[in-house]
Ligand binder design. Sequence first.
Ligand code: C5P
Length: 315
Amino acid sequence: MSITVRVPAKVNVQLAVGAPRPDGYHDLANVFLAVGLYDTVTATPADGLRLTVTGPDAAQVPLDGSNLAARAALALAERAGRTADVHLHIAKDIPVAGGMAGGSADAAAALVACDALWGLATPREVLLSICADLGSDVPFSLVGEAALGTGRGEKLEPLEVGGTFHWVFAAADGGLSTPAVYREFDRLCEGREVPAPTASPALLAALREGDPHALAATVDNDLQPAALSLNPALAATLAAGTEAGALAALVSGSGPTTAFLAEDAPAAARIAEALTASGTCRSARVAASPAPGATVVGQDPEPDRDTVPARADQG
Ligand code: C5P
C-alpha cells in the first residue's frame, strides 16, 4: 500500500510585516497564492521512519529530525498513539530554501499521506492545527488556492481568485535563511515605527477580478529590501525580468527565488527564456496560479511495488 500526495509551492503577492513580537515572530498580513509548481510525497509502510528525496535540489534537503515532513509524520503518529512506521519519499521540484514554502509543502503533504495510509481520517481542523505547530506557512500548503494569513501567517481566510495568473520563477544560487531575512528586516527598520500589517483592499480586488495589471500594481513584499540586502545580486535578476516585459517583479517570500507576473502564458514563456539567457539566475520556469492544496493523487494497493508489475495509479 502506498499513498502519493501532490502539493504546490506558494508566492506571497503581499507580505506586510509588523514589528517583532515578544515571542520573536512577526505579525503578518500575508496574501498567499498557491502556484502550479509541485512536490510529491509518497508514504509507504516501513520499519521505523525513513526519508528519501529525489530532484535537482535533493542534496540540500536535510534528512535528519529537522526535516519538516519527518516532523509532520511524527506529530501525527504521536497524536494517533502509534509509531511513525513509514517511508516518506519526496520527489522535489520546488526550490529548496527559496521562499516558496517547499519545506512547508512537504510537511503538509506528509501529513495528508500518513493520515490516509494509517486510515486515521483526522478532522481537517486538527490537521490544520498540527500544520500550524510545524510552521507558519504549513497550514496554507494544506489548503492551497489563495488565502490571507494573519497572526504569524497561520490564521487563514480563503480568498476569491477570478482568473488564472501566469508567473515566472527564477531560482537563485544558494538559499536564504528565513530567520536571517526577518532579522535583517528588523535591522533595516531600527529607529522607525513599523505600522501594523494590513491587507491591501486594492490587491484583494485585483485577485478577485483576476486582473494581472491591477495585481502587478499592488504586489508588495516587505521582506524584499532585507532579501536584497543579504543577496544584492537579486536586483539584477529583478531588472532582467522587468526588461523582458514582466508586469511585476518581486522577491518570493523571504527569497532568494524571484517571481515575475506576466500578462498571459505566451508572455510568461518569453520572460522565462529571456531570464534564462540573461545569466542572472540559475534557472527560470513558468507556473500558473491558483493551484489546489495538498491532494492525494495516487493510491497503490499493492503491498510491495518493487516486486509486482507496474500498475496505473488510481485517483
Ligand atoms: O514558522 P516558521 O518556523 O516557518 O518560521 C521560521 C522563522 O521565520 C521563525 O523562526 C522566525 O524567525 C521567522 N518568522 C517570523 N515571523 C513570522 C513567520 C516566521 O519572524 N510570522
